[in-house]
Write a protein that binds this ligand. Structure first.
Ligand code: F6R
Length: 639
């Protein structure tokens, strides 16, 4: 499988399953949810149509909680109905609680909806719907879709449309025309018991074609036990499944077709989306993870929107110093952030290993902003640093990928990275989304302090929005890196050098190689080489060199090129990561890895990716467990 092949069909965030046929739907949907369990989730729920009722059950926590609740309901229709939808949630809007778990019902209880993605205009829609007297029962953006669909179905019935699947599909088309953002929506309606309708925009959805039964899912693994014939929905399509049919239209109602394919993986590979390792899958998910993290961040007024803000703009204007605290890969994201935050805001910014922070007695007060960066939100070192900062009256802002975890709960403000669950121990998509979140915080600070205009902020955001496409292009050209990895697998050491934002990228490249391939690897600031580390260079020593864009500060790029010449002169084998079109580096590169052009401060979103792949492939070539390297755990909850 190539890296670009399946980014569009990869699951992210929530898991979705739908079934319509002749068999009891509940067990099929629960099996599907179990297959999606590897993605980790914080709540799960199902809705089953039985005769004239939509029966739902939903629970916060693991799937086992839902299964326990369902065990008491064996005698009711939920166990026998043959149309159902099911959902595992990775919380975005609204914490991981029973009431926020999906499905969400319309006010009259006739319709149930599940959703993957983020509805960007949800606060406007919610206000509009509430103004009509509807009461919301959750904090989710999804509930808007349930109420909108119910309103459209009422309007269609009132205008004389016949009951039936076609009207349900039309209701869905009308409802989604009101939504902005990313969504896969699945809905069932008690008036149309033998149908499930779904819509897709910017979020994955596949159809499984069975005999006398059909399936919907965010990932084929959910139905691979039952059928291997699948259809990938295109952008902005609505699909209606009934026991005997699959009808696809575009959002305007014109007939459309999805991409049919045969699934040739076995069930065990399916949960990894056909990839050999979760890490490779998560690397491939990065374009989508970045796009999701950016979704809904610019308000109509052009302000950057954080998720939970218990800080006023005045608090942010009063900030006179920023500390970023984090561990490991998250710390490297913080190092990149320092360059961006200082450049955009002109506020001094320090980056500190969380495990060191409180022991050196940092100078903190009310006007210090501490940014705690953590994928898991549970890293004890980062949590203790945060608590120390709070005791000293500093304000704390969390960047986190796990909704409802301890670090965001204890912070004054939160910006969630919407990267979806990261299963591989080595952090990849969390890193890139942490970078995006850090950029957004830098821009937000610059904006509220009046050092950047809204249009300047929007220009950077628009460059950020172009990075997913550039990254997809890059991921499509990684064959040479894989070949290089096989070649380097027996090296005794690999060194990494970079300058400016390329320096943390060098550190990150070395960390990945150490933790996955168990090889000696070191990252250096390129300018530091001559102060000692250059003595390590021997004949054939591989040195990965991260070259800044010539379009940024030309002098910086030229200095790195000189550093490459220095190591080459001492026998190094150079692996050069440079921007497309930077022909001046070709002569100094034993291996050239070109990345798409990106503004200087955003370059780590590109340059890190070949290093992730290099480490992953070297580890695999050395026969190591890529997803679970020795001695490491995904969440480090001890100091
Ligand atoms: C390396 C890696 C770790 C984590 C670090 C912090 O690939 O994953 O270095 O970045 O343990 O974890 P979080 O971000 O959960 O606080």
């Amino acid at each position: 499988m190539t890296y670009e092949r399946s980014w569009a069909t990869l699951p992210r965030m929530c898991g979705i399953v739908g079934y319509v046929g002749k068999r009891p739907a509940l067990s099929i949907v629960l099996d599907g949810l179990r297959r999606l369990e590897y993605r980790g989730y914080d709540s799960a729920g199902v809705a089953v149509i039985d005769r004239d009722e939509v029966l739902t059950e939903k629970r916060a926590g693991k799937l086992a909680n839902l299964e326990k609740a369902l065990a008491d309901r064996v005698d009711d229709g939920i166990a026998v109905g043959s149309t159902a939808i099911g959902h595992t949630r990775w919380a975005t809007h609204g914490g991981p609680t029973d009431r926020n778990a999906h499905p969400h019902a319309s006010g009259d209880g006739r319709i149930a909806v599940i959703h993957n993605g983020i509805i960007e205009n949800f606060s406007r829609l919610r206000a509009e719907i509430e103004a009509t007297g509807v009461e919301f029962t959750s904090d989710t953006d999804t509930e808007c879709a349930a109420h909108l669909l119910a309103a459209e179905m009422r309007a269609l019935r009132e205008s004389g449309s016949p009951e039936g699947p076609q009207t349900l599909a039309e209701g869905m088309r009308r409802a989604v025309s009101r939504l902005e953002g990313a969504f896969t929506l699945l809905a069932v309606d008690v008036q149309t018991p033998d149908a499930v309708v779904a819509a897709r925009r910017n979020s994955p959805l596949v159809v499984g074609r069975g005999a006398g039964e059909n399936f919907l899912a965010s990932d084929v693994s959910a139905f691979i036990e039952h059928t291997r014939e699948a259809i990938e929905l295109g952008q902005d399509q609505v699909v209606l499944i009934t026991p005997g049919g699959i009808e696809i239209t575009d959002f305007a109602g014109a007939p459309a077709a999805g991409k049919e394919f045969h699934i040739d993986w076995d069930a065990s590979a399916a949960e990894k989306g056909g990839y050999d390792y979760f890490m490779l899958k998560e690397i491939a998910e990065q374009p989508q993870a970045i796009a999701d993290t950016l979704l809904g961040r610019l308000s109509e007024r052009g302000d950057i929107v954080l998720d939970e803000v218990r800080l006023t703009d005045q608090d942010l204007r009063d900030v006179d110093k920023v500390f970023i605290v984090a561990c490991g890969t998250a710390y490297h994201a913080g190092m990149v952030a320092k360059y961006a935050i200082e450049h955009w805001t002109r506020i001094p910014c320090e980056v500190e290993l969380a495990s060191e922070f409180r022991y050196r007695d940092p100078v903190l007060d009310r006007s210090t902003l501490v940014v705690a960066v953590s994928q898991s939100g549970e890293t004890m070192d980062t949590l203790m640093a945060l608590r120390h900062a709070k005791q000293q009256k500093a304000r704390v802002l969390a960047i986190c990928n796990t909704n409802g975890s301890t670090i965001p709960r204890e912070s004054d403000a939160v910006l969630y990275t919407h990267g979806g669950p990261e299963i591989a121990v080595a952090s990849t998509k969390a890193f890139l989304t942490q970078l995006v979140a850090c950029y957004l915080i830098g821009l937000h600070l610059a904006q509220v302090r009046g050092v950047m205009y809204a249009d300047e902020v929007a220009a950077v955001v628009s460059r950020l929005r172009r990075t997913p496409d550039a990254l997809r292009e890059l991921l499509g050209k990684m064959e040479d890196v894989r070949a290089l990895a096989r070649d380097l697998k027996s090296s005794s050491t690999v060194l990494f050098i970079g300058r400016h934002v390329g320096y943390p990228v060098a550190l990150e490249g070395a960390l990945k190689l150490k933790e996955l391939a168990y090889m000696h690897a070191e990252g250096f600031a390129a300018g530091e080489l001559k102060h000692g580390p250059i003595a390590l260079i021997d004949k054939g020593t591989p040195v990965v060199c991260v070259v800044p864009s010539p379009a940024g500060r030309g002098v910086m790029r030229d200095k790195v090129v000189s550093n490459i010449q220095e190591v080459r002169a001492r026998g190094a084998r150079t692996i050069v990561i440079a921007e497309q079109g930077d022909d001046g580096v070709v002569a100094y590169a034993d291996h050239l890895i070109e990345v798409p052009r990106t503004p200087t401060l955003l370059a780590p979103l590109m340059t890190t990716v070949p290093l992730q792949i290099l480490a992953c492939e070297i580890a695999a070539a050395r026969g190591h467990d890529v997803d679970q390297p020795r001695n490491l755990a995904k969440s480090v909850t001890v100091e």
